[in-house]
Write a protein of this length. Structure first.
Lengths: 116, 235
C-alpha cells in the first residue's frame, strides 16, 4: 500500500506546487482557458496568429495559404472581416507580385484586430 | 546481443523516418518524447523484476518496452508499471516548466511530453490508461463495470459540453460505450486487487491525469502557444 500513497501524494504535491506558483505569479494562470465560451475564441485566435506567422515566413504557395485561411471560420465578425481581406490580397498576390505590400498591410490589420 | 542490435536498429530507423517526415527538430523532439516515456516503463520494469528491459521507438509514432517478467507480476505492480511511463515524462516536463517560459524549443518539448502522456494515461483501450483501468476493474462484478462506464460517459460528456468541442463528445462516447467494455471482455483477467488497493490505485490514476492536465493548463497560459510550437519545432 505504500507505493500508491507515495504516488498519489506526489501527484497532489505537483498540483499544490503548480497552484501556489501560479498564485504567486511565477507561472501564468490564464483563467480564460477554464471558461467554456472563451476556449473556442482563444483557440481561434491562436490558430489565426499561427497562420499569419506561416504566411510571413514563406515566399510562395499563396493559393494554399488563402485556401487554408479561407476555410478557417472565426466567430468574431471583425476578425472574420480582417481574415477575408488577407485572403483577397493573397489571391491577388498570386497574379501580381507587387501586391506584397497589400498582404503585409492586411496581415498587420488582422493582427491588430486579434490583439484587441 | 543480437536482440539489442535489432532494437537499436529499429529505433534508429524510426528516428530517420521522423526526421524525414517532420524535419530534424520536430522529428527528434517526438523521438525523444517517445523514448523518454518508454524509459519510465523500463525503469519500473527493472525495479520490479531486476531483469534488463529493452526500449524501442517504432516508425508508426509509438514506443515499446520489452520487459520480461512484468506480465506475471501482481496486478498492483502492473498498474504502477503502466503509469510509470507518464510519471517519468511528467517529472521531466515539470522540471522544464520554468525554462519553457523563455525558450520556444523547451516549451515545445515540454508541451509534447505533457500532451502525449496525458492522452496516453486516459482510459482509452490500447493506451497505458486503458490497461490501468482494465487492471483496476477487470475483476469487478459486471454491474460495477457498467457503473464505471456510466461514470466515464458522464464525465466525458460534461467535459465535452464545458469545452464546447463536439468531436471530444463523439470520441469519448464511442470510447466509453463501445470500446471500454470490449477491452473488459479480454480473457487474461489478472489476479484481483484487494478493494483498498484498487481504490488507492484508482485515486493515483485520477490524480496522475489531473496533475498532467494542470501542467498543460499552465503551458496553455504562457501566451501564443501555437506560434511558440511552430517556432520551437521549426514547423
Amino acid at each position: 500500500m505504500r507505493l500508491p500513497l507515495i504516488a498519489a501524494g506526489a501527484a497532489l504535491l505537483v498540483h499544490g506546487v503548480l497552484a501556489i506558483t501560479q498564485l504567486a505569479g511565477a507561472l501564468p494562470a490564464e483563467r480564460r482557458w477554464l471558461r467554456s465560451e472563451a476556449v473556442t475564441s482563444r483557440w481561434q485566435r491562436e490558430l489565426a496568429r499561427a497562420s499569419i506567422g506561416r504566411i510571413r515566413s514563406t515566399t510562395g504557395e499563396w493559393r494554399a495559404h488563402a485556401a487554408s485561411l479561407g476555410a478557417m471560420k472565426l466567430a468574431n465578425a471583425q476578425w472574420e472581416a480582417a481574415k477575408r481581406k488577407v485572403v483577397e490580397t493573397l489571391l491577388r498576390l498570386e497574379k501580381d507580385p507587387d501586391a506584397r505590400k497589400d498582404v503585409d498591410d492586411a496581415l498587420r490589420e488582422m493582427e491588430r484586430r486579434l490583439d484587441e | 546481443m543480437s536482440r539489442r542490435i535489432g532494437v537499436a536498429a529499429v529505433s534508429l530507423v524510426s528516428a530517420a523516418i521522423f526526421v524525414a517526415l517532420l524535419g530534424p527538430r520536430a522529428g527528434l523532439t517526438i523521438f525523444a518524447v517517445l523514448a523518454l516515456h518508454e524509459t519510465g516503463h523500463a525503469v519500473a520494469a527493472w525495479l520490479f523484476t531486476r531483469r534488463a528491459p529493452a526500449v524501442m521507438v517504432m516508425p508508426a509514432f509509438f514506443g515499446l518496452t520489452i520487459a520480461p517478467g512484468v506480465a506475471t507480476r501482481p496486478a498492483a505492480d502492473r498498474v504502477a508499471y503502466n503509469l510509470a511511463g507518464s510519471w517519468g515524462s511528467s517529472v521531466v516536463a515539470l522540471a522544464l516548466l520554468p525554462l519553457a517560459v523563455r525558450s520556444d524549443w523547451v516549451f515545445s518539448f515540454a508541451w509534447a511530453l505533457l500532451l502525449v502522456n496525458v492522452v496516453n494515461v486516459l482510459p482509452i483501450p490500447g493506451t497505458d490508461g486503458g490497461r490501468v483501468s482494465w487492471l483496476l476493474t477487470a475483476t469487478l462484478p459486471w454491474r460495477w463495470r457498467v457503473g464505471v462506464t456510466g461514470l466515464l460517459v458522464a464525465v466525458g460528456f460534461a467535459l465535452a459540453y464545458w469545452l464546447r468541442l463536439p468531436l471530444v463528445w463523439i470520441a469519448w462516447s464511442v470510447n466509453s460505450v463501445v470500446l471500454l467494455p470490449l477491452t473488459w471482455m479480454r480473457k487474461d483477467v489478472p489476479s484481483a486487487l484487494a478493494p483498498r488497493a484498487a481504490v488507492a490505485w484508482s485515486v493515483v490514476h485520477v490524480v496522475t491525469v489531473t496533475a498532467l492536465l494542470h501542467a498543460l493548463w499552465v503551458m496553455l497560459s504562457m501566451g501564443d502557444p501555437l506560434s511558440r510550437l511552430q517556432r520551437g519545432l521549426a514547423l
